[in-house]
Design a protein around this ligand. Structure first.
Ligand SMILES: CC(C)(COP(=O)(O)OP(=O)(O)OC[C@H]1O[C@@H](n2cnc3c(N)ncnc32)[C@H](O)[C@@H]1OP(=O)(O)O)[C@@H](O)C(=O)NCCC(=O)NCCS
Length: 220
């Protein structure tokens, strides 16, 4: 790890840096540039909620005053889901209506694909979202910019977050990734996470036959 990378609690004002990291790592672990035009909409969909509305549950890695990585999360995924719809839902609609549809037409196509695409369980015994939230109420998103990957920063962030979740007596954490996130899968296994669900879910139209993997870890 670069000796001058600092890991600290997230602040609300980190949101732009977090949005940038998310955009440059958020396409199945790779840069979303070239796949999804509207960076701000990408941020609204995948990262901005956390620094705006739940920064106290998040940590960032900073180098030269720039956010180069983060772990974002929530201790109660049911509440987070409702808050996301209430707080970010209207902003997504406004962005789509005012900017995305004419400035980034490819973005709109992807969103239509996303809305039409309902993840389907690969077997009939697949655990439901509500059961996942019951056993593993917390969730996380972790991303590090490419030049800083594989230097131990992700491991530090996930340990910090797990201790934070444990200190609130939350019994488990879950997260979603895909079978194409080639760096993330060994990372989660290394940190003791297990796959608890596989869904047929091609989020990105230019990446068919993708499987959504839900990983989880008990903390008690
Ligand atoms: C996945 C990620 C968060 C891991 O963080 P990191 O700081 O790079 O990981 P660490 O240096 O702490 O490495 C821990 C383990 O992760 C795995 N790992 C990390 N980078 C890897 C790579 N490039 N290829 C394969 N495995 C990798 C290895 O198992 C590694 O253990 P090892 O050092 O014994 O090989 C980071 O690589 C990343 O942000 N990747 C792109 C975005 C992404 O996929 N995010 C997850 C979305 S679900």
């Amino acid at each position: 790890m670069h000796s001058d990378v600092i890991i600290r609690k997230c602040k609300r004002s980190d949101w732009k840096g977090i949005m940038d990291v998310c955009y440059h790592t958020g396409y199945m672990g790779e840069d979303a540039q070239g796949h999804f035009g509207d960076k701000f909409l990408f941020g609204l969909l995948f990262s901005i909620y956390y620094p705006w509305f739940e920064w106290w549950n998040c940590f960032v890695a900073v180098h030269n005053n720039k956010v180069i990585g983060y772990i974002l999360g929530s201790l109660d995924s049911n509440i987070q889901h409702k808050m996301f719809i209430a707080k970010i839902g209207p902003l997504i609609l406004a962005r789509l209506a005012l900017v995305s549809w004419w400035r980034y037409p490819n973005t709109l196509k992807i969103l239509v694909h996303l809305i039409k695409q309902f993840p389907q369980a690969l077997n009939n015994n697949a655990i439901s979202d509500s059961d996942i939230n019951l056993s593993y109420p917390a969730h996380l998103h972790i991303d590090i910019l490419a030049p800083y990957q594989h230097q131990g920063i992700g491991s530090k962030l996930i340990s910090l977050y797990e201790n934070h979740v444990k200190s609130h007596n939350v019994p488990g954490i879950h997260l979603d990734t895909s079978n194409k996130n080639f760096k993330a899968i060994p990372f989660y296994f290394k940190h003791g996470y297990k796959i608890i669900r596989k869904l047929n879910s091609s989020l990105w139209p230019d990446s068919p036959n993708t499987i959504q993997l839900t990983f989880a870890k008990k903390l008690k």
